[in-house]
Design a protein around this ligand. Structure first.
Ligand code: NOJ
Length: 971
């Protein structure tokens, strides 16, 4: 891939790629540890137990839905303002900012979908050191203790969550640099101001009394909340009395990492706070990390880091940052599930400690029996480099409640077009139009369904996005039309780094509109990426985003057509020669915000602008499809996420499950990993297993590094091809089910892929399980992820529940752990007794070809002989389901030997030719006869077969339209 630039020199990007190719694992030295991140180190040096904060009860102010109170740091006298809100839906919001910051601090915009509606807050008790508040219905109370400051949240009489109980609240106030020139100027201003004040004041300024008590008393008096002190007062306080606790730390005003120096014009600005969950031993969330689903304690190691980074060849099972960040953590016990949403887009570290960490189960039991053990507790400490403290406490109490609460704040998963749930074929790169054509034909020849072929960076004219390489892709429109004829689509990559080249229209337009991110000195920021020197559009600027969106119009993005969709990569942003392979923190965005403040939002905005562009090109009719590598809270509203550059290794296959589960827990359901592994060449066994895993993850795309050997499914011999084909076909058969799950997620915020504890919250056996999971509440998947596996241990949850092997239809009782022997064709999947799943079982070229295909309903009878399920149907690609009510949401119920179909939502209606060709009832006895009854028609008899051995009843050809109401009775 070595490329030379016009002058024949190797570009930095090429050197970098070559260099990267010879290194084979993450170079940890490229990325900071907490110790190398000045604010993290400073905060971690602050140990529990010594909070200098006091709430000034005399400053307390109430309104119907909020409480405001000042907090004072007894050490430096800086007043903070705490605002506390009761929110509808069993949530609260806590905001802490400086009462009078020297300048505004960053507050994250655009992530919340609305101003969260508030609920009533009332004072129900008070003494000299505390206030008791009641939230909404009064069952939930908050006790605010003044000194030392802490807040405790009670449900009934049970303490469920404490804030700052370990005293780790940190708020580094904005300040003037002590020995700087400006500081000298300001202290001159101060002394002049002091003199003027003394001249006019009736009581002359006194020297503080020797023990300082009086001065402390005076400066602890609350400032009036409504009155902003003048800048002069501010400077006066800052330079004279506010001793910054951080002043001594060498990284406070300037921090150097490797060759990069971060000049911090605002000095130290970090914030931090601790939360305790009594009774909780399991915490989850805060993606993205290549780690287990259940978070570990971070004592003795680094905290989990949230800082969007392009980590080359990332390592598994560690808390290092990756491409995206969602600052949401879930705490779970058999009693309840709670969540914390820490709305801050700056670099963030999360420490987790637990008083039961390291204790064996036996040790814990012994504690319990002897009555000597403490209540288990998990403590979580958040530390962010800048911004304010803005945190939502999601009070559950069920997992489903927490998902609903969180997505009411940040939005639910966008309903993707149906094709996006089908199989995607990608590699870096499909070289030219002939190559695309050959691969496309390959799928037909080998009778493997696929929907979308992907073009990586090499398709462009010299890494200039929105263009096509004139030699390799001279006829993009024709190529796309050819795919349209096959009812297939294409995705092209559009990265956010823009080649600095005055011959490139995109660059010229961005520059002329002054849309690039700036350096601290006000020039356009430039960094190295695939095209060589590149500018970085300021996606935080709404005007820039609007312009970017306009670039997806068919007349702007030349050669694009309706079936071309988009992939946003490198949007952390990745900058090869930047600190930690990203942007300098002192780069400047619109509104004079530092990159430091907005870093974790950059990728979110890129995907937002792209998705909006796709929407706009169709006049708002078509739903977009955009894949992003970088993300933040709320990214679910704009499309899909994948787990970046994994490797063709068994452990990487395995970790794809917890990585996607973690994302699902925090709203991002549309997740997948590169099937086959991005780096290295998978052995056939691994590739086959990866297809089997990918077929049961929401985003199903094969992708590979440019240096890997080709790996289209038919290149590994007949046997492997057949196995891969089976896995892909299984995916296609289940597309109606996937689509319904995505619809439910869109409507209700529930994750598509669910850890077992989400559905079985009281079963401690499942809290640590992350090698199997549920799709919705109906299918349990335990894919094979080990080399040479002969069997897997499957845990079937649910007291008294039954499960059916979807392949053999064998009925199994739960709870139990069973050892299932496997062969290369095994994909262990079980359907829950009590559920109904719709499939389309005719093999087609692409999902679009399946549109009018008939359904088969799989009715898995529960222990009581009942079952229920639903199905969502619409045109699969427009917003008409929303804007025109053009959809069907069907409800199927089986009870008393009768299966009925009715509407789950009478607001929708949709014409479709799709009908029901078969009903398979698992766990059924043999009836004497089966009858179909439709509204207004006489009963008709239906054919059926019954397998006594497996208790499977197959009812043939009810031949009813999927939108019709009907019933089938077994007699
Ligand atoms: C990095 C992405 O993660 C990878 O999927 C892609 O192939 C390369 N960039 C080249 O665009």
């Amino acid at each position: 891939m070595a490329e030379a630039d016009a002058s024949g020199r190797m570009t930095a990007a090429v050197w970098l790629t070559l260099l990267l190719a010879v290194v084979s694992a993450v170079d940890r030295s490229n990325f900071k540890t907490c110790d190398q991140s000045s604010f993290c180190k400073r905060q971690r040096n602050l140990k529990p137990g010594s909070s200098p904060y006091r709430a000034l009860l005399e400053s307390l102010q109430f309104s119907q839905d909020s409480m405001k109170i000042q907090l004072i740091n007894e050490a430096n006298k800086v007043p903070l303002l705490l605002e506390f809100y009761g929110l509808k839906g069993n949530m609260t919001r806590l905001r802490i900012n400086e009462l009078t910051p020297l300048k505004a601090r960053y507050e994250v915009p655009d992530v919340l979908v609305q101003d969260p509606p508030t609920t009533r807050l009332s004072v129900t008790g008070r003494d000299e050191n505390s206030v008791e508040l009641s939230l909404g219905d009064g069952i939930r109370k908050v006790i605010l203790t003044a000194k030392p400051f802490r807040m405790d949240l009670l449900v009934g009489w049970e303490l469920v969550l404490s804030v700052n109980s370990r005293g780790l609240l940190v708020f580094e106030h904005l300040r003037q640099r002590k020995d700087s020139f400006s500081d000298k100027v300001s202290s001159t201003v101060v002394s002049i101001w002091d003199s003027i004040k003394n001249l006019f004041s009736r009581t002359p300024t006194k020297e503080p009394d020797p023990d300082g008590a009086e001065a402390a008393e005076a400066s602890n008096a609350p400032l009036p909340l409504e009155e902003e002190p003048t800048e002069k007062t501010e400077q006066l306080e800052d330079t004279s009395k506010r001793e910054g606790e951080a002043e001594e730390d060498p990284g406070t005003w300037e921090e150097t990492f490797k060759t990069h120096t971060d000049r911090k014009p605002n000095g130290p600005t970090s914030v931090g706070l601790d939360f305790s969950f009594p009774g909780v031993e399991n915490v989850y969330g805060i993606p993205e990390h290549a780690d287990n689903l259940r978070l570990r304690t971070t004592e003795g190691g680094d905290p989990y880091r949230l800082y969007n980074l392009d980590v080359f060849q990332y390592e598994l099972y560690n808390p290092m940052a990756l491409y995206g960040s969602v600052p949401v953590l879930l705490a779970h016990s058999a009693q309840r599930t709670l969540g914390i949403f820490w709305l801050n887009a700056a670099e963030t570290w999360v420490d987790i400690t637990s008083n039961t960490a390291g204790k064996t189960l036996f040790g814990k039991m012994l504690d319990y029996i002897q009555g000597g053990g403490e209540t288990p507790q998990t403590d979580v400490r958040w530390m962010s480099e800048s911004g304010i403290i803005d945190v939502f406490l999601l009070l559950g109490p069920s997992p489903a409640d927490v998902f609903k609460q969180y997505t009411s704040l940040t939005g639910t998963q966008a309903l993707p077009p149906l094709f996006a749930l089908a199989y995607h074929q990608s590699r870096w790169n499909y070289n030219d139009e002939e190559d695309v054509n050959a691969v496309d034909n390959g799928f037909d020849e080998h009778d493997i369904p696929y929907d979308i072929i992907w073009l990586d960076i090499e398709h462009t004219d010299g890494k200039r996005y929105f263009t096509w390489d004139p030699n390799k892709f001279p006829h993009p429109r024709e190529m796309l039309q050819h795919l349209t004829a096959k009812r297939r689509k294409m995705v092209s990559i559009v990265d956010p780094h823009i080649k600095v080249d005055t011959g490139y229209r995109v660059h010229n337009e961005i520059r002329s509109r002054d849309f690039y991110v700036k350096t601290k000195d006000g020039n356009d920021y430039e960094g190295w990426c695939w095209p060589g020197s590149a500018g970085y559009p300021d996606f935080t600027n709404p005007q820039m985003r609007a312009w970017w969106s306009s670039m997806f119009a068919y007349d702007q993005y030349e050669g694009s057509t309706e079936n071309l969709y988009t992939w946003n990569d490198m949007n952390e942003p990745s900058i090869f020669n930047g600190p930690e392979v990203t942007m300098h923190k002192d780069a400047v965005h619109q509104g004079d915000w530092e990159h430091r403040d907005v870093h974790n939002l950059y990728g979110f905005y890129v995907q937002m602008a792209t998705a909006q562009g796709q929407e706009q090109r169709s006049g708002g009719v078509e739903r977009p499809f955009v894949l992003t590598r970088s993300f933040f809270a709320g990214s679910q509203r704009y499309g899909a996420v994948w787990t970046g550059d994994n490797s063709a290794e068994w452990d990487h296959l395995k970790i794809s499950i917890p990585m996607c589960l973690s994302l699902g827990l925090v709203g991002i359901s549309f997740c997948g990993a590169d099937v086959g592994g991005f780096f290295k060449n998978p052995e056939p066994e691994l590739l086959v297993r990866w297809y089997q895993v990918g077929a049961y993850q929401p985003f199903f795309r094969a992708h590979a590094h440019v240096d890997t050997t080709r790996r289209e499914p038919w290149l590994f011999g007949e046997e492997n091809k057949a196995l891969i084909r089976d896995a892909i076909r299984e995916r296609y058969a289940l597309l109606p089910f996937w689509y319904t799950l995505l619809y439910q997620s869109y409507r209700t915020g529930q994750p598509v892929m669910r850890p077992l504890w989400v559905e079985y919250p009281q079963d401690p056996t499942v809290y640590g399980i992350d090698d199997q999971y549920l799709l919705g509440d109906a299918l349990l998947v335990h894919p094979v992820t080990a080399q040479g596996a002969r069997g897997v241990q499957v845990y079937l949850p649910g007291k008294g529940a039954v499960w059916y092997d979807v392949h053999t239809h064998q009925k199994l009782h739960a709870p139990q752990t069973l050892y299932l022997t496997v062969t290369m064709s095994s994909i262990p999947v079980y359907q829950r007794g009590g559920s109904i799943v719709a499939r389309k079982e005719r093999v087609r070229r692409s999902s679009d070809c399946m549109q009018n295909d008939p359904y088969t309903l799989y009715v898995a009878l529960g222990p009581q002989g009942t079952a229920q399920g639903d199905l969502f149907v619409d045109d699969g690609h427009t917003y008409n389901f929303e804007t025109k009510g053009q959809y069907l949401h069907r409800l199927f119920r089986f009870s008393g030997n009768v299966l009925t179909a009715s509407t789950a939502d009478p607001k929708g209606s949709f014409e479709t030719l799709a009908w029901i060709e078969r009903v398979v009832i698992l766990g059924a006895g043999k009836p004497a006869a089966v009858f179909l009854k439709q509204d207004g028609a006489a009963e008709t008899r239906l054919d059926f077969t019954h397998e006594a051995e497996t208790s499977v009843l197959t009812v043939r050809k009810p031949a009813v339209n999927v939108g019709a109401d009907w019933s089938i009775s077994l007699r």
